[in-house]
Ligand binder design. Structure first.
Ligand code: ADP
Length: 583
């Protein structure tokens, strides 16, 4: 055996690696199993299917060790020197240099070629027993306790392959539990291309469907694969199979899930793999928010998984990957819209969030989906906005009494619609007006509006408006001859103020008020009755006017829970007065 010193300049590299390099200790297993996998892949390339291909992991509790053995390509002594001692440590040096010059502390492994050294997150000493596949090669033994010197020399391994022995340190004994390792292996290694055993029992290995060609996959395959990934979910509605070779490698299947309204959680559900090794279920820094609604798996060796977030955001591959996926998503949606309109409409509740968020977040996505952004209208039809129209009336509820006043209204019910409408107003030369946002001229009967003046020079309409205004206090009141006779009154909320109020409510959770105008319909029997009554029975008339105002607020959802008590009290008082009148 020889003693050697690691060829690095920094003496205390391992403590730094331990402290800064890995935020999550669990990953040591995935790193070592991936190395074993690589080694098996390499030997298969040179030798074909000769010999055994497997990875065995064993826990030895009494000796506090975990071993990871493979029947892969193995290493000669030179290779151990070169790949383990020198390369890894030059990677570590690079890391230290980088670490010195920046405050970010979350660069990780692969980028620096330090996967093997993640072992030191859980081990105080690591040993390698290896034997190269090459004929006449000698077994090699390497050992290092995390200081800057290591031992290397002749080993005693008979067969080709490598065994890594981790002497688990006192803070990491949880990894000596079989259940803990099994959980990690199930999570990270269930799509690996070689059989894996833990303490002699095999880990359920699955074929990753994303590696198959889309033409070979049936609908049943896709659904059952989804089911395996997300066992608690209802079936997805449709999916895209990604298969890119150039300019980057990417394979994957992304599903459009059924949104479970009750549990709409923030769970990230695109599983990220790198050559079949599960890396993370957090693609937050790789994909824009709107694509995170999708569920499934993507596998790409080209995503620099192990670097900091700010690096990811400017990485060319990552950008191309996002725009590729976004393009595939919009293609799929356009195709469905064209070929199966009914299914598209039926799926809308599940996909509208993706489409609308995408529109707001990604200009290019907007251009691709603008013609399939559909809205339901008051006739029950679904269609995109006609950009030729000057004004579009919309309602934020499907059961507003004001709907009766308009010929066509679109429903913009989702909370995100406020932002989408604002966005569309800037894009199209269309004005969107909420049905309670202004009294549109088209709603007024121009003939009946010309009422005769009375002796005081006032119209009957303005007299009634004045009376109601006095009754209600600081609410502006207008009396109009509406074309429709079905609605006694409505409340108009200043559109700009209301938008601002909704915005403040959405962003800060604060309540606000808007200017309200109470419009009474002089063509409605009830208003005509108040008009007749107010000279003779001013109290009953005032009570009725308040009652109608309250009802309008209620039906337009402009009251809060705290208003209900006073409203009920006023309604009761009004009924009392009316019953006194008629009894
Ligand atoms: P990376 O895997 O990113 O290259 P590592 O530090 O994990 O970095 O490993 C360094 C090198 O050591 C590998 O590229 C490989 O050549 C060698 N190596 C590590 N583990 C094994 C193994 N189980 N069998 C054979 N070679 C290995």
């Amino acid at each position: 055996m020889r003693q050697n010193t690691l060829s690095i300049h920094s003496e205390n590299i391992l403590p730094i690696i331990k402290k800064w390099l890995y935020s999550d200790k669990d990953i040591f297993l995935r790193e070592l199993v991936s190395n074993a996998c690589d080694a098996l892949n390499k030997v298969r390339i040179v030798l074909g299917d000769e010999g055994e291909f497997k990875i065995s992991i064993a826990i030895d509790k009494p000796n506090q060790t975990i071993t990871i053995s493979d029947t892969g390509i193995g290493m000669t002594e030179d290779e151990v020197e070169k790949y383990i001692a020198q390369i890894a440590f030059s990677g570590a040096e690079e890391f230290v240099e980088k670490y010195k010059s920046q405050t970010e502390k979350d660069p990780i492994i692969g980028h620096f070629g330090l996967g093997f050294y993640s072992a030191y997150m859980v081990a105080s000493k690591v040993e390698i027993d290896t034997r190269s596949y090459l004929p006449h090669s000698e077994p090699v033994f390497w050992s290092c306790d995390g200081s800057s010197s290591y031992t290397i020399g002749a080993g005693n391994r008979d067969a080709r392959g490598t065994k890594i022995t981790l002497h688990i340190d006192a803070e990491s004994t949880e990894y000596l539990e079989e259940s803990k390792l099994r959980e990690l292996l199930d999570r990270h290694c269930s799509f690996m291309p070689f059989p894996i055993e833990l303490n002699g029992k095999s880990i359920g290995n699955q074929e990753p469907l994303w590696l198959k060609s889309p033409t070979e996959c049936t609908e049943k395959d896709y659904l059952s694969f989804y089911n395996r990934l997300f066992p608690m979910d209802p079936d997805p509605i449709f999916w895209i199979h990604l298969n890119v070779d150039y300019p980057f490698h990417l394979q994957g299947i992304l599903y459009f899930p059924k949104l479970h309204r009750r549990f709409d959680s923030n769970e990230s559900t695109i599983k990220l793999f790198c050559n079949r090794v599960f890396v993370s279920d957090n693609c937050k820094d790789i994909l824009p928010d709107y694509l995170m609604i999708l569920k499934g798996a993507i596998d790409s060796p080209d995503i620099p998984l192990n670097v900091s977030r700010s690096y990811l955001q400017v990485d060319k591959n990552v950008k191309q990957l996002s725009s590729h996926i976004s393009k595939k998503v919009s293609d799929k949606l356009n195709l469905l819209y064209k070929n199966d309109r009914q299914k598209f409409i039926d799926s809308w509740p599940d996909i509208e969030m993706l489409v609308k968020l995408g529109i707001l977040q990604d200009e290019k996505f907007y251009e691709r989906v603008k013609d399939i952004l559909i809205w339901k209208n008051s006739q029950g039809e679904w269609a995109p906005i006609d950009a030729e129209q000057k004004k579009v009336f919309y309602s934020t509820t499907e059961n507003s009494p004001l709907l009766k006043l308009y010929k066509e209204v679109i429903f913009a019910i989702a909370p995100i619609d406020t932002a989408v409408i604002q966005f569309l107003e800037n894009k199209l030369s269309v004005t969107f007006q909420r049905i309670d946002g202004a009294l549109d001229e088209s709603l007024i009967d121009p003939e009946k509006e010309k009422t005769l003046l009375d002796a005081e020079g006032k119209t009957e309409a303005s007299r009634i408006a004045e009376f109601i205004h006095k009754t209600l206090g600081d609410v502006e009141v207008e009396a109009k001859s509406l074309a429709s006779e079905s609605l006694p009154a409505l409340v108009i909320l200043d559109e700009n103020q209301r938008r601002f109020r909704d915005y403040i409510h959405l962003t800060q959770g604060k309540k606000g008020d808007t200017k309200k105008t109470f419009v009474v319909n002089t063509n409605h029997k009830l208003i005509q009755a108040i008009s007749r009554l107010h000279a003779k029975q001013p109290e009953a008339a005032a009570s009725l006017a308040k009652g109608i105002y309250d009802l309008s607020l209620l039906s337009q959802k402009e009251v809060g829970p705290e208003d209900l008590g006073p409203i009920v009290a006023r309604q009761t008082e009004m009924l009392e007065k009316i019953s006194a009148l008629i009894s």
